[in-house]
Design a protein around this ligand. Structure first.
Ligand code: CMP
Length: 139
């Protein structure tokens, strides 16, 4: 497998519940390198831009309100096959369907308040990493 980078977000529900440390520990245990990390609060417009592929879906309004409701931690994670590996570490979008031992199964409250985000493909990862980080932050 090739070394890849993926964009990860610890969402406002997890930050609100002080779960950052637990999630970062799981990231390290899974063998990722954290290439870049920052804490910020998205505006509603920034959340809408990030989730533009979901515009028009029933959950878009609630999702973007939620994602702009408090601080998030955004990270670039690197590993062999990082995109799939991070999705496996997170578990299924809906915590009710997530495998035991995954972040969402163990920690998340609902399909929306699901603690973490991860890119779903190489093109998405490139867009999402560029949304938050400039080249000099990824050295
Ligand atoms: P995420 O992996 O960040 O991608 C889109 C987000 O929309 C998802 O996690 C959830 O937080 C949220 N969401 C809310 N309802 C749904 C749904 N029915 N299907 C997919 N995503 C949903």
């Amino acid at each position: 497998m090739a070394i890849e980078q993926t964009l990860s977000i610890i969402k406002p529900d997890a930050v609100q519940r002080n779960l950052e440390g637990e999630i970062l520990a799981r990231i390290h245990r899974a063998g990722f390198r954290i290439v870049a990390i920052k804490s910020l609060r998205l505006t509603k417009t920034e959340a809408e831009g990030f989730y533009a592929v979901h515009r028009g879906k029933g959950f878009f309004e609630d999702l973007t309100t939620f994602m702009s409701s408090g601080k998030v931690i955004v990270m670039v994670l690197e590993a062999d096959g990082a995109i799939l590996k991070w999705r496996d570490t997170m578990g299924a979008t809906n915590p009710a369907n997530a495998a035991p031992g995954t972040i969402r199964r163990d920690l998340a409250e609902s399909i929306q308040n699901n603690c973490v985000h991860g890119s779903d493909a190489p093109e998405t990862a490139a867009f999402e990493i560029g949304y938050f980080f400039s080249g000099h932050e990824l050295l």
